[in-house]
Design a binder for this molecule. Structure first.
Ligand code: SAM
Length: 227
């Protein structure tokens, strides 16, 4: 599999064997998906939930189990990913939005919960800052933003070690190196992770005062911010 010209066509192709590839290529993937519902406040009962970069719906599926009555908004630039969601969630209250994050017009005080699983590392630092502000405004008071992602700056000295550890993980599942080579081409072209302390700072600047680290193993992190 060779890389494509933009994120939408890249993920249209990636969609074919998406969940198995994520489990085999992303350390702690399933822990980071289950973190979306871990230790949520008992009284929290979201009515409207937005999944930013829903992919084939793994984060939504996790939240849907806990909140089956909520209304879901699934946004992704990749039509193929959204098609997978449409087949997966027949019978649930879902709106499908084909859009890039930057083109989506967030309504103020509209959502009770916004989730983003492994999608915001496709945005550079300025895009993340801008998105965090839009997410804050779009949430109702008491609303929750959860994000799971790789959180490290590519320029940090620790990044080299991360790549070594990550490669060992992928080679256990795909010993012939082809997958790792493709993954690194994708990583160089499309992935712009930032360190978690920077992202916590930007969440605070956006207005969030309560921020929890729900899961962390090295640079694989789930952050939860409450408005
Ligand atoms: C690695 S997948 C994550 C999918 C899913 N949330 C999960 O946790 O498995 C990233 C998804 O975000 C989407 N995406 C990335 N950047 C985007 C952007 N700027 N606007 C809209 N969707 C984007 C991709 O198309 C892809 O489906």
């Amino acid at each position: 599999m060779r890389i494509k010209e933009n994120i939408a066509s890249e993920f249209n192709e990636f969609s074919a064997n998406y969940t198995n590839d994520m489990i085999a290529c992303v350390p702690h993937y399933l822990d980071l998906i289950s973190s979306f519902t871990k230790d949520l406040p008992h009284q929290f009962d979201p009515k409207r939930i937005l999944d930013l970069g829903c992919g084939n719906g793994n984060a939504t599926a996790e939240v849907l189990q806990k909140y089956p009555e909520a209304q879901y908004y699934l946004l992704d630039a990749s039509e193929k990913m959204l098609e997978l969601c449409q087949h997966r969630f027949i019978g649930s209250d879902m709106s499908y939005l084909t859009s890039y994050f930057q083109d989506y017009e967030f309504e103020s005080d509209f959502f009770d919960m916004i989730i983003a699983g492994f999608s915001l590392h496709h945005c550079d630092s300025e895009e993340k800052k801008s998105l965090f502000k839009k997410i804050y405004k779009a949430l109702k008071s008491g609303g929750i933003f959860g994000m799971s992602d790789l959180m490290i700056d590519k320029n940090e000295p620790e990044h080299r070690q991360l790549l070594q550890d990550w490669k060992q993980f992928v080679l256990k599942n795909f010993p012939d190196e082809d997958k790792w080579e493709w993954l690194m081409e994708h990583y160089d072209e499309f992935d712009k992770p930032d360190h978690y302390s920077s992202q916590i700072q930007w969440l605070k600047e956006a207005g969030f005062s309560t921020i929890h680290t729900v899961f962390q193993n090295d640079y694989w992190v789930h952050l939860r911010a409450i408005k």
